[in-house]
Design a protein around this ligand. Structure first.
Ligand SMILES: Cc1cc2nc3c(=O)[nH]c(=O)nc-3n(C[C@H](O)[C@H](O)[C@H](O)COP(=O)(O)OP(=O)(O)OC[C@H]3O[C@@H](n4cnc5c(N)ncnc54)[C@H](O)[C@@H]3O)c2cc1C
Length: 403
């Protein structure tokens, strides 16, 4: 954890942000790490669920309330919220440096979880949707993928929305939607102009989960990520959505989806991996120093030392890249391709680092008493979720070849 702060120092974080990093670090060590032994083997948490839901289902209301209280008192609840809506107004680089501290542990910390594109809300949408989401009274999910539309949603999306009077009527099926059954509000993409598709023919709708046209298949889809499902198949059957619940402009929903993915599902994978990689390295160093075979700690063996060095190299390189891309985003640059680069390197280098950590720990590395296998699975998922590594590489290649 020391390293994460000296690393960010190279990017001249303002002293008040370094202070917040220290606060975050204290919360992690005092509040979250002591909860890990109960959290890790518990069947109640799930990948893709909002932090508050995971905390409540594992620890119950008392722990959840305590952590939400800490988040609110320190202002960290609003870490990623713009100042206009009560947030800290921190640049992306500062947010990333702070988030990295929290991803050191598997136990989630409750933040306001607002998809950045929800700030497009206009007029009554602000009171009806945006503010309740900021305050944690409403939860959201993002519904883009379909059974036959994953990597190519623009070309393959089948869910249709047709205007009837002052309403839109949605029909179609979405799949793999994280938290669909646990959210109050769905951000749903549907084709409104089949000739234009991703170039002006896909629109984003704000659909309340209790809309009678929404049907969620139960149980959800089982994956290796967690014992409890949090991904679902969702059918829209003559689902009537009032025209005032269109998010952004008609036909611009694909662009909005890309904006959500660029920040939430790509750039923010950087700190998500960095925290885990730092933890894996710290744990591996401690373990290697105390685990003895053939009369010597394994830390004295070159094959172990080289693994530690490789882990450190990946961590240092990833931190430099993530912070640099965040600084470029703050400077207003278009970093869509580079955010994809952060995403796939975070996941691939993160998996490589966790793989070394598990190996250094031997059998203990596979125990659910330690967070290593959970971190490994969650990082490996990132090769697929939020746009696969191949698609991210394709976008970077496009940018390079365009000159
Ligand atoms: C746990 C989990 C949570 C998810 N949560 C959500 C969610 O909340 N909301 C949501 O909308 N979606 C969600 N998804 C869906 C996810 O975004 C898609 O699975 C992902 O975009 C890949 O689509 P696909 O699975 O259809 O793969 P496909 O598109 O079928 O691709 C299959 C393979 O082919 C490769 N490939 C495809 N095209 C090319 C090409 N042109 N060149 C080279 N290789 C190519 C891919 O990279 C991949 O390796 C989730 C998925 C999972 C597993």
């Amino acid at each position: 954890m020391e390293e994460s702060q000296s690393g960010s120092g190279a990017f001249s974080l303002p002293p008040e942000v370094v202070e917040v990093c220290d606060v975050a670090k204290r919360i992690v060590h005092k509040e979250l790490l002591p909860l890990e032994p109960e959290y890790l083997p518990h069947p109640g948490h799930s990948f893709g669920l909002k932090e508050t839901i995971n905390l409540k289902s594992v620890f119950g209301d008392a722990v959840l309330d305590r952590l939400v209280g800490i988040a609110r008192d320190t202002g960290l609840w609003y870490l990623m919220v713009p100042e206009k809506f009560g947030g800290l107004g921190l640049p992306m680089l500062s947010q990333i440096a702070i988030l990295e501290q929290f991803y050191y542990t598997a136990v989630p910390f409750p933040f306001a979880n607002v998809p950045n594109i929800l700030y497009e809300c206009q007029g009554d949408q602000i009171e009806k949707f945006l503010k309740p989401v900021v305050e944690g009274r409403m939860t959201t999910c993002f519904a883009q993928t379909e059974p036959n539309a994953g990597s190519d949603p623009g070309g393959m999306m089948q869910t249709r929305a047709v205007q009837k009077g002052r309403n839109w009527v949605l029909n179609g099926t979405k799949m793999w939607i994280s938290m669909a059954a646990e959210s109050d509000l769905m951000l749903v993409q549907a084709v409104t102009d089949p000739d234009q598709r991703q170039r002006g023919g896909i629109t984003m709708f704000l659909v309340e989960r209790n809309n009678p046209g929404v049907h969620i298949e139960q149980p959800g889809i089982k994956t290796w990520l967690s014992p409890r499902s949090a991904q679902y198949i969702v059918h829209f059957k003559d689902c009537v959505v009032p025209e005032e619940d269109v998010l952004g402009e008609i036909g611009q929903g694909f662009r909005l989806g890309q904006r959500w993915l660029t920040i939430h599902d790509r750039l923010l994978r950087g700190p998500y991996a960095l925290g885990k990689m730092q933890r894996a390295l710290d744990m591996s160093i401690d373990w290697a120093k105390q685990r003895t075979t053939f009369g010597k700690p394994i830390a004295e063996r070159q094959s172990i030392q080289w693994k530690l060095v490789d882990m450190y190299v990946d961590l240092t390189a990833l931190r430099a890249m993530t912070y640099q891309m965040a600084a470029r985003a703050d400077a207003g640059e278009d970093i869509r391709a580079e955010a994809g680069m952060v995403k796939f390197t975070s996941m691939e280098w993160g998996v490589r680092t966790l793989d070394h950590a598990i190996q250094i720990h031997g059998a203990m590395g596979e125990s659910l008493e330690l967070p290593l296998t959970l971190f490994f699975r969650h990082l490996r998922h990132g090769y697929i979720g939020g746009g696969t590594n191949e698609i991210q590489r394709m976008q970077v290649a496009r940018k390079l070849l365009r000159g």
